[in-house]
Design a protein around this ligand. Structure first.
Ligand code: B1N
Length: 833
């Protein structure tokens, strides 16, 4: 007997769905039953015998069921309404853990905690079992994750697209004070947060040649690829908070394809054919651990094209389900490229429209120009991606031709406007001539995208006046900025529950979790002694947790009365962790030279540093070692005791940040002015009421405007002073203290004299590119001001409350609303409850 055909089954399912409308129950008893069922049938353990990790797995699966429910409904609804959708293309997403974020966004955390405690488990203990999803390097990738949370919460019809790396960012372990890297094989124990879609897959082609063909009397160029790899979708539901909407983050994994090596099988080369198939999987194997330095590697280019091609096939298939005229494409599709990494998408859209859909070139270009927008995260011109022509021509020969054609049209257009200004024309060209001829991916993006966004106001200024000056003069209307933001759901509600309750209690509402502007209401109570008491207590509890963590990891005991002073972020010369360490050495040196009565006036400090260095970045690795040798000496010095402790927190990642940030009194953001495009760590600290010690760089400038410069500790050269200071070099007279601390390192005061020589050389007079010497005195003054403020605990608490109260602007909800309105032209599409 034949079953129903596909169409009939769909119709029946839709009818049933309409009738049922019943969702999984969220009372404690139902949750328990679900968890136990998952123990038995998903984890396949006996329901009488399972450990914490297995309990976590079962719990995660029961949450996943609830996510899938909403995610299906949302997609059904989007399909019905067919709104313009945003597709967010990013090579990196730093999601961190999913459990707590999901149950909070679903609004069922208390129910789960109850259900588990009745089963004899502690929710928090189970939550600690989860590892981080670390498919990204740092700020750019975590920003993408925060933005996905905001897109879901604000009900935007959006999709994220990226790569499902088998190995995320390396784990950092410290051996004798040196960083070592270990692979992060995060999928070892399975990943309950993703849904494998074996039937959603597309072939992605590489290499080969381009030939001429005559089609319907027209000659066209046809790409004859030589290799094909299959992209398989893994879907990650992203639940919004306080809404039924759950959007999708679709990550592609590479699998061998059957299409191209059939030949080898038939010729009997069976073993080699299998081995070659396996090679295909390397494309999505590993995340590149270098942020900001682009090396033009073949594998990186293949990763970029692989995820772009699969995503575009998916997007076009979805469009064609409901439309048959590409004129409507820009009304239904907005494509956001996160930095220039996915910008090969521009050439790919042109290839599909011209070669496969047979549109004229100019019509296709018109469409491409309407759908793409880009956000640039880089500051220095050197950080912009360039792909050697030979490489691109070998991996994607047809795309190279297309880029040449785009460039030809660009140059023709520019010549009409600029005439014979060949210098300018060659600067603006997509092709860079030189020893190694390259494609400038940024110029390709600028030529096509209707908007180019910077990530803070100051950053846009830099782009306009330096990096993209020529383009800005030509097309000023394209250039915008959207100051970055972070999600208060993860950075307050998930990671600092005590602060979350205080805010809700004093505002008399939880509405700030969706509408963070309300948080400004705290200002009214900034001097209220009752709020002060609760605030200080919250900070103390968070410091206690952090102190325990520090002791477990490093065996260093720290005093809760000390100021917890934190700098956590990727290690980079421009972020100036070295300035911090030299400041610590100065503090140590001062304490060593004090008598007992002076010492009584010292504000005790715990200086906490954490962050990963790119594996090949020698200077950054030396900075990590320096931090350790200073800690080794200071922490056991009886003259110092609790007045100063130095701690390096290994393997900094999202979940470590969730623990460290709430326990921080003072956080440091020390980039040389003009070098940090935005910075987002500072926003997380700000929300959590940490005071900021910062240079006037990136988003710190806007933070100062929001909370008032008097509520933070600003120091250092301003962006417009930097060039002159670089020119002039540091005068030794002005920085005797600086010379002294550098000398201490150079002379081997902390050991490893030879090893640190090259590090000291980077800040010698005339070579100090990041201006540590000239900013040192001002840095010490800011540190002294922080010490003085800390002595007056009421004043400090007031500043802390005002920091949280002024953090509303730095929510990714605001950023996303600006993007939706000014760049993407999309509107909310809220799935009815
Ligand atoms: O992007 C963040 C900003 O807040 C930071 O200031 C900025 O440094 C960071 C290549 C990057 N810029 N460029 C990168 C990351 C990975 C990679 O492979 C470059 N990351 C930033 C968010 O806007």
């Amino acid at each position: 007997k034949a079953g129903l055909n596909l169409g009939e089954r769909k119709a029946k399912a839709e009818k049933m769905f309409g009738l049922m409308d019943v969702f999984l129950k969220n009372d404690a008893v139902s949750l328990q039953k679900d968890i136990l069922d998952h123990v038995e049938f998903t984890v396949a353990r006996s329901r009488f015998n399972f450990d914490d990790f297995e309990a976590y797995q079962a719990l995660a699966h029961s949450v996943r069921d609830r996510l899938i429910e909403r995610w299906h409904d949302t997609h059904q609804y989007f399909k019905k309404k067919d709104p313009k959708r945003l597709y967010f293309l990013s090579l990196e997403f730093l999601m961190g853990r999913s459990l707590t974020n999901s149950v909070i966004n679903l609004g069922i955390q208390d129910q789960y905690a109850d259900a588990l405690s009745q089963l004899g488990f502690d929710y928090e203990v189970l939550a600690e079992q989860e590892g981080d999803a670390a498919l990204g390097n740092g700020g750019l990738a975590r920003l993408a994750a925060c933005q996905m949370d905001s897109l879901a919460t604000l009900d935007y019809p959006a999709w994220g697209y990226g790569l499902r790396y088998q190995y995320g960012l390396f784990r950092q372990i410290i051996v004798d004070g040196f960083q070592h890297e270990q692979p992060d094989f995060w999928l070892n124990f399975g990943n309950p947060w993703e849904i494998e879609r074996v039937h959603v897959s597309y072939p992605v082609k590489f290499y080969g040649t381009v030939e001429e063909e005559v089609l319907n009397g027209k000659t066209c160029r046809v790409w004859i690829p030589a290799e094909s790899v299959e992209a398989v979708a893994y879907d990650n539901p992203i639940p919004g908070y306080g809404t039924r909407n759950a959007i999708n983050l679709r990550l592609w994994a590479a699998k061998p394809s059957d299409q191209y090596d059939m030949e080898s099988y038939t010729t009997g080369d069976y073993i080699n054919a299998i081995v070659n198939r396996q090679k295909a999987e390397t494309i999505s194997n590993v995340l590149y651990p270098d942020d900001r330095s682009y090396q033009g590697k073949e594998l990186r280019l293949k990763q970029q094209y692989f995820f772009v091609s699969a995503s575009l096939q998916d997007i076009i298939r979805r469009f064609k389900d409901l439309h048959n005229n590409f004129d409507e494409f820009p009304e239904k599709v907005a494509l956001q490229i996160n930095d220039t990494h996915p910008s090969i998408a521009i050439a790919e859209v042109m290839r599909v429209l011209v070669d496969e859909e047979h549109l004229d070139w100019s019509k296709a270009w018109g469409i491409a120009c309407k759908i793409f927008s880009v956000t640039i995260h880089a500051v220095q011109p050197e950080a912009l991606e360039k792909v050697p022509i030979d490489l691109l021509g070998s991996v994607l020969p047809r795309h190279l031709e297309i880029i040449y054609e785009i460039n030809y049209c660009l140059m023709e257009e520019l010549k009409k406007i600029l005439g014979q200004d060949y210098d300018k024309l060659s600067r603006m060209s997509i092709i860079e001539e030189g020893a190694v001829k390259c494609i400038r991916m940024a110029n390709l993006s600028l030529a096509c995208c209707h908007t180019v966004n910077g990530v803070s106001r100051l950053h846009l200024e830099t782009l306009k006046t330096r990096v993209f000056k020529d383009f800005y003069e030509l097309w000023p209307q394209k250039f915008q900025f959207k100051t970055n933001g972070v999600t208060q759901r993860r950075w307050i509600v998930v990671s600092n529950p005590s602060l979350c309750s205080i805010i809700s209690k004093w505002l008399g509402t939880e509405a700030w979790i969706r509408n963070v502007d309300l948080i400004a209401g705290l200002r009214e109570y900034a001097e209220d002694p009752d709020l002060h008491a609760e605030w200080k207590n919250m900070k103390k509890v968070n410091k206690m947790r952090l102190a325990e963590y520090i002791e477990t990891l490093t065996s260093v005991k720290v005093s809760l009365d000390a100021m917890f002073d934190v700098q956590i972020k990727r290690i980079h010369e421009y972020k100036r962790q070295l300035l911090n360490i030299l400041g610590i050495i100065h503090r140590y040196d001062c304490i060593k030279n004090m008598d007992e009565s002076d010492k009584r006036r010292v504000v005790p400090r715990v200086c906490i540093i954490g962050g990963k260095a790119a594996p090949g970045y020698e200077v950054a690795k030396k900075i990590i070692k320096l931090c350790h040798v200073v800690a080794d000496k200071v922490n056991i010095d009886p003259d110092v005791g609790d007045l100063l402790k130095v701690v390096f927190i290994p393997d900094y990642n999202v979940s470590v940040a969730e623990l460290v940030i709430p326990g921080t009194d003072l956080s440091q953001h020390l980039s040389t002015a003009g070098h940090e495009a935005s910075g987002t760590g500072c926003m997380k600290f700000l929300m959590n009421g940490s005071l900021l010690l910062a240079t006037a760089d990136g988003s710190a400038v806007e933070i100062a405007e929001e909370i008032g410069a008097a509520n933070m500790f600003l120091f250092g050269a301003k962006v417009d002073e930097v060039p002159a200071l670089r020119e002039k070099g540091t005068s030794l007279k002005g920085s005797l203290q600086f010379a002294r601390v550098v000398r201490m390192v150079r002379d081997g005061h902390f050991g490893f004299k030879d090893y640190f020589k090259s590090l000291c050389d980077t800040v010698e007079e005339g070579k100090d590119f990041y201006l540590l010497g000239s900013d040192f005195a001002s840095y010490l003054e800011a540190q002294a001001a922080a010490d003085r403020a800390f002595v007056d605990q009421e004043k400090w608490t007031q500043m802390s409350i005002l920091s949280t109260a002024g953090s509303g602007k730095f929510s990714s909800d605001r950023t996303i609303e600006e993007y939706a309105e000014q760049s993407w032209g999309i509107e909310p599409c809220k799935c009815p409850f």
